[in-house]
Each structure stands twice: as C-alpha cells, then as structure tokens.
Design a protein around this ligand. Structure first.
Ligand code: 3HC
Length: 309
C-alpha cells in the first residue's frame, strides 16, 4: 500500500474528513459523484411537484411558505452540484447525465401532486424521510458533502414542519379536508419509504459505501427509524397508515410492516412511473429556454474578468 492510500485509510479509520485536495481511490471519487449528483438532481426535480401548487395555494401565507420551501430546494441542489464539482465533474456533464437517463433522481418525485393535501404529505413524509437520511449523511466521510448536509438539514426541518402544519389543518378541518389528507397519505406512504432505497440485501453499493463511511447507516435501518418516528404523527392526525400489517412490536421496539412492492419501485426507478417523462421533459425545456441566462452570465463574467485583468 503506498503512502497516499495509507493516508486515505487513516482518514477514514479516524473518522476524519476527506477533502477535495486529498488523494482518494478513483472508485471512492466515482461513487461520491454518483450519489451526490443524484442527490442534487433529486432536489431540483423535486421542485416540480410542489411548483405545481404555487399558483393554486389556498392563501397568500401558504403560497409564501411553499415558495420559500421550493427556493430552499433549489439552493440544496446548487450546494450539492457544487460538492460534486469538487470531485471533478462539471455541471454540464451532470446535466447531460440527467437528460440522457444515465443519472437517477429519487423515485418519489415521479408521482403526481393531485390535491393541496399532497403538499402536506410531501413536506411531512418526503422531507421527513429526507431528514432521517440526511442527518445520517452529516457524518459522511467526504468533507464538502458532510458540511453541505449540516446546512441542508437545518432547512429541511422547516420543510417537514411546513408539511405537517398543512396535514394538521386538513386532518382537523372539514370531513372533506380530512378525507383529502387521508388520500394523500395513502398515495405517498409507500413511495416515501422507497426513498431509502432497496433492502440492504439488494443494495449494490452498501458494502463499499459503508466501508468508506460514505453511507453511515443502512437503507433498512434508516427506513425503520423513519417508520417508527412517523406512525405516532399519523395517529395524532387521526389518519390511518395504509398498511394493514403495521403493528408495534413490543419485543423489537419497532413497527412491523407489510413487505414492499419492489416491482413498483424498480418500475418507477427504471423510468416507467406516472410522471417520469413529464419531469424530465420539463427539466430539458427549462434548460433549453433559459440558455440565455447562462450565456449572459458567462459574457458578464468574461467582461468583468477583462476589466479586472
Ligand atoms: N430512487 C431512485 N433510485 C434509487 C432509489 C430511489 N428512491 N433508491 C436507490 N436507488 C438507486 C441507487 O441510486 C442505485 O442506482 P445507481 O447505482 O444507478 O446509483 C440503486 O438504486 C441501488 O441502490 P443502493 O441502495 O445500492 O444505492 P445507494 O447506496 O446509493 O443508496 C440512497 C441509495 C439511499 C438514495 C443513497 O444514494 C443516498 O443516501 N443518497 C443521498 C440522499 C438522496 O439522494 N436522497 C434523495 C431524495 S433528496 C430529497 O428528498 C430532497 C428533499 O429536500 C425533499
């Protein structure tokens, strides 16, 4: 083992942070680019289902709060694209990988948002799941990713509360509003659990990602933590989790649940979900229509560089 590899292994072993200028195994760099760029894509694509309700929000306050949340997601995407760029990939390359289908984004965003209660379910469940995953990622071994997670988690907590506030208003509102909240929970519960990825036994990246401390806890471990935390919140709302086998197990201290529909998961991951085509088409159109912004920014940068030089 040469001195560079030894230094890298020491950093991992001592729970220190790998920084952009440190030597790192090519595979470490590549799997981080894979995970971080897909995380960034998820943040940006995730703006679409919520953007669908910006003009339909039921009050000025709910519109302002939703707008603030969506703007946060854009910022999270930019942090994460910047983290990926420290690993040697350009924004253009990441964009091309998204548009070609080479890069993934979280399957959850391929489901439609049909009612205002969906804005509650998304904030409560999707951002709630993201918090469980991202709090764990604060301890990831790559420095820029870890620091980005600390900042993102602070904002994610506002997102989860924004969603839960909508669910409280609906669940304790009129019977029709409560029915809308239950329908949103029915449609978003299992897709939110899928955000944690396949079972550990089927997680192709688990072993190496855990060995390099990129991933600090396994998919199933984080998913169970989310289930255990969320069931009581649904009970407070007086809503029913759409899983007839969900039951608290006194022995384990966790909720037992039904097996997941992995065919549905892989079907959506592989591009056949209800909104996959719409999400990518929208992103491609926005990228094309806003090329002038990139060109203007580049021209301005070139001009100011000339003046400064
Ligand atoms: N949607 C799409 N693809 C998924 C997926 C999902 N929900 N879960 C897993 N996959 C993919 C993986 O990317 C991998 O494919 P790849 O090799 O082409 O990348 C394959 O399925 C096998 O899964 P693994 O468990 O082996 O992969 P990982 O070890 O990377 O674990 C992960 C998957 C848990 C999503 C991990 O990548 C991770 O923690 N990523 C960072 C967090 C993230 O991306 N969250 C997405 C949501 S972001 C968000 O919620 C924003 C919030 O503001 C709303």
């Amino acid at each position: 083992m040469d001195k560079f590899e030894k230094a890298f292994n020491d950093i991992i072993e001592k729970d220190l942070k790998v920084e952009p200028r440190d030597w790192m195994p090519e595979k470490y760099r590549k799997t981080l680019i894979r995970q971080v760029s897909q995380h960034a894509h998820s943040e940006i694509i995730g703006m679409q289902p919520e953007g669908n309700w910006l003009l339909r929000a039921p009050s000025l306050r709910s519109k302002q709060v939703l707008l603030a949340k969506i703007q946060d997601e854009a910022g999270h995407g930019l942090y994460l694209y910047s983290v990926a760029e420290t690993l040697g990939i350009t924004r253009q390359e990441m964009n091309a990988q998204l548009h070609s289908g080479e890069a993934k984004y979280s399957s959850i965003f391929n489901y439609p948002t049909l009612t205002w209660a969906d804005m509650g379910a998304v904030g409560w469940l999707v951002d709630g799941a993201a918090i469980v995953n991202q709090v764990s990622l604060q301890r990831t071994s790559y420095g820029p990713y870890s620091r980005g997670m600390v900042r993102i988690c602070k904002e994610e907590s506002f997102h989860q509360r924004q969603g839960y506030e909508i669910m409280v208003q609906m669940a304790f509102g009129t019977p029709e509003q409560k029915e809308m909240a239950q329908d949103a929970l029915n449609r978003f519960w299992e897709p939110a659990l899928m955000m944690f990825g396949p079972h550990d036994a089927d997680s192709v990246h688990k072993g190496q990602s855990m060995a390099w401390k990129i991933k600090r806890e396994s998919n199933d471990h984080l998913r169970q933590r989310f289930i255990d935390r969320t069931v009581p919140q649904a009970e407070f709302l007086g809503l029913t989790i759409p899983d007839e086998n969900l039951k608290f197990n006194e022995e384990t201290g966790h909720y037992d649940h039904s097996p997941f529909n992995w065919d549905e998961f892989w079907n959506v991951v592989n591009g056949n979900g209800p909104c996959n085509e719409q999400r990518l088409d929208h992103h491609k159109k926005a990228h094309h229509d806003n090329a002038w912004v990139r060109e203007a920014a580049a021209a301005y940068a070139a001009k100011t560089e000339t003046i400064v030089a």
